[in-house]
Design a protein around this ligand. Structure first.
Ligand code: AMP
Length: 279
């Protein structure tokens, strides 16, 4: 497995692999890898990529000033071992300094799908995400890139960026990997105390219940969402948002039914957790 730290070296290697006819997959991550990330590598393998490039970069530009950039968990050695075991063929570990050179001044802004949900609560977040992903697309020039449904809005924003900027890269979205308890796997779960982890189960539980009841007959979004919000608050979390949107346009839906996505963000103590379900 190759290890790159310099963007230019990664780019040169990817170009030569492509010239040799290789199919290249990109799996962008912020590291502290877990089963969710590994499922993306497995998906790249399943799609018969010859080279699977995993990037591990805690991107400062996508964090707000009061967010957890400094304390975001990092473990390079463990990430390398996990990438190797999962079948990655290259890992890219850049530094903020070599990704954002002195006086970096070009950013990518998606202006439709980024407006609501996490985009409304985390100003500048998707600008940071689009910018770093566009840079990774240019460095690796993959045939396809794999993202997780865990970050549903992010996946839709990236698909739109790919389309509107003509990257010519297939965007694959892989399902959410959960712990046996139902909790969506996340690097941020490491912040949770045992009691907070227990309380966090309300997110997946209430989403699954809503999906099951909506599958029988579409339900009024307003009523169903306030039930979810009440359950989350009762478990001791603080709701950031609970919304039901059209799965493609991310516009608010009137009823929870086929073709919609229900998304939640909530604070469990100091930790902001997100989860979603496609109905
Ligand atoms: P992150 O390291 O949190 O930025 O995530 C990197 C990629 O892994 C993103 O495309 C996420 O959506 C995806 N991912 C994170 N957690 C999960 C999960 N539990 N299941 C599936 N994909 C995930």
């Amino acid at each position: 497995m190759k290890i790159f730290r310099e963007p230019s070296k990664l780019q040169k290697w990817c170009r030569s692999r492509k010239a040799n006819g290789c199919k290249i997959a990109l799996v962008p991550t912020m590291g502290y890898l877990h089963e969710g990330h590994l499922s993306l590598i497995a998906e790249a393998k399943r799609r018969k990529a010859d080279e699977i490039v995993v990037s591990v970069f805690v991107n400062p530009v996508q964090f707000g000033p009061n967010e957890d950039y400094a304390k975001y968990p990092r473990d390079e050695r463990a990430d390398l071992a996990k990438c190797r075991a999962a079948g990655a063929t290259a890992v890219f570990f850049p530094t903020p300094e070599n990704m954002y050179l002195d006086r970096h001044s070009v950013y990518v802004v998606e202006e439709d799908l980024s407006k609501g949900l996490c985009g409304a609560r985390r100003p500048g977040h998707f600008r940071g995400v689009c910018t770093v992903v566009a840079k990774l697309f240019n460095l690796v020039q993959p045939d396809f890139a794999v993202f997780g449904q865990k970050d549903y809005q992010q996946a839709q924003v990236i698909k739109r960026m790919e389309r509107d900027l003509n990257f010519g890269i297939d965007i694959v979205v892989a399902p959410i990997v959960r712990e046996p308890s139902g909790l969506a796997r996340s690097s941020r779960n490491t912040y949770l105390s045992p009691a907070e982890r227990e309380a966090a189960l309300v997110l997946s539980r209430s989403l699954m219940e809503l999906k099951a009841s909506a599958a029988d007959s579409p339900r009024s979004a307003k009523q169903a969402l306030s039930k979810v919000a009440a359950a989350i608050e009762k478990a001791g979390l603080k709701v950031d948002y609970v919304e039901c949107v059209d799965a493609k346009t991310l516009e608010n839906a009137k009823s929870v039914g086929p073709g919609t996505c229900v998304l939640v963000a909530a604070y469990d103590g100091k930790t902001r957790l997100i989860d979603n379900v496609l109905v």
